[in-house]
Design a binder for this molecule. Structure first.
Ligand code: ADP
Ligand code: MG
Length: 250
């Protein structure tokens, strides 16, 4: 939904990024820019390097060449403020990895208290608000095992938001969910995007990407084959590889 709101300055800038695991090049000259308030979707076949790219952006995987800046921080600077990066970049995976012996509320409170050393009373108030925002006010005291997959995923989103990130990365967060719970998670992400959160989503939900993305990147074989606003990319793809992929998934 381009022009839904004013886009701000670049928050994530990926330029000329290459990443190899041994002799295997997973990312070959990847570039993208995500501005404040923008929602970017990355689509492409399995193995094309989408997860690796997200992991490079949040510093989990070091790049072999090129540059990545997040909120002005060079991610691969040896003097990187790692805590600052961890605060600025929220990431949610397909596996939610909540602490099983902590309630939903405690899960959301952990990082601000133990990593950021914030005041417990203030953190709890904020955690309650975040769980309300993701529609889980009635599940504060529930343990992960008592929640559906979609509810757990929404706790995981609230937990990331508790760090007050500048950008949220979502890596196929609905891939393991059944259709009904998938919907609640997608609506939660759509609400976040509509509020102006900067989001990068790797997704196989093409309808969702088409609806919420300001910009879509199609990756294949470690390259960005084509990118543009969703109407163009989905409606009139320019590249054969994009067409072939969309024919398969749409
Ligand atoms: P996608 O998310 O698009 O499916 P990935 O980024 O997970 O793709 O993986 C891209 C390629 O890189 C795959 O061939 C995968 O096997 C390989 N790969 C990913 N992580 C590693 C790793 N830590 N070591 C070696 N190869 C890896
Ligand atoms: Mg992946």
């Amino acid at each position: 939904m381009a022009s839904r709101h004013q886009l701000g300055e670049p928050v994530v800038v990926v330029a000329g990024v290459e990443k190899s695991f041994g002799a295997f090049a997973v990312l070959k000259d990847v570039g993208l820019t995500v501005r404040r308030g923008e929602t970017v979707c990355i689509i492409g076949p399995s193995g094309s390097g989408k997860s690796t790219l997200l992991r490079c952006i949040n510093g989990l995987v070091p790049i072999s060449k090129g540059s990545i800046t997040v909120a002005g921080r060079e991610v691969n600077d040896p003097a990187l403020d790692k805590l600052g990066l961890r605060r600025d970049v929220g990431i949610v995976f397909q596996q939610y990895n909540l602490f099983p012996h902590k309630t939903a509320l405690q899960n959301v409170m952990m990082a601000p208290i133990h990593v950021l050393r914030q005041d417990k009373v203030a953190v709890e108030e904020r955690a309650r608000k975040l769980l309300a925002k993701v529609g889980l006010s009635d599940k504060l005291a529930s343990y992960p095992g008592e929640l559906s997959g979609g509810q757990q995923q929404r706790v995981a989103i609230a937990r990331s938001l508790a760090m007050n990130p500048k950008v949220m990365l979502f890596d196929e967060v609905t891939a393991a969910l059944d259709p009904e719970t998938k919907k609640e998670v997608l609506v939660t992400i759509q609400d976040l995007a509509a509020e102006g959160m900067t989001c990068i989503l790797v997704t196989h939900e093409m309808g969702f990407a088409r609806e919420v993305a300001d910009h879509v990147y199609f990756t294949d074989g470690g390259l960005i084959v084509e990118h543009g606003p969703p109407a163009g990319l989905f409606g009139a793809p320019r590249e054969e590889r994009t067409k072939a992929f969309l024919d398969k998934v749409l």
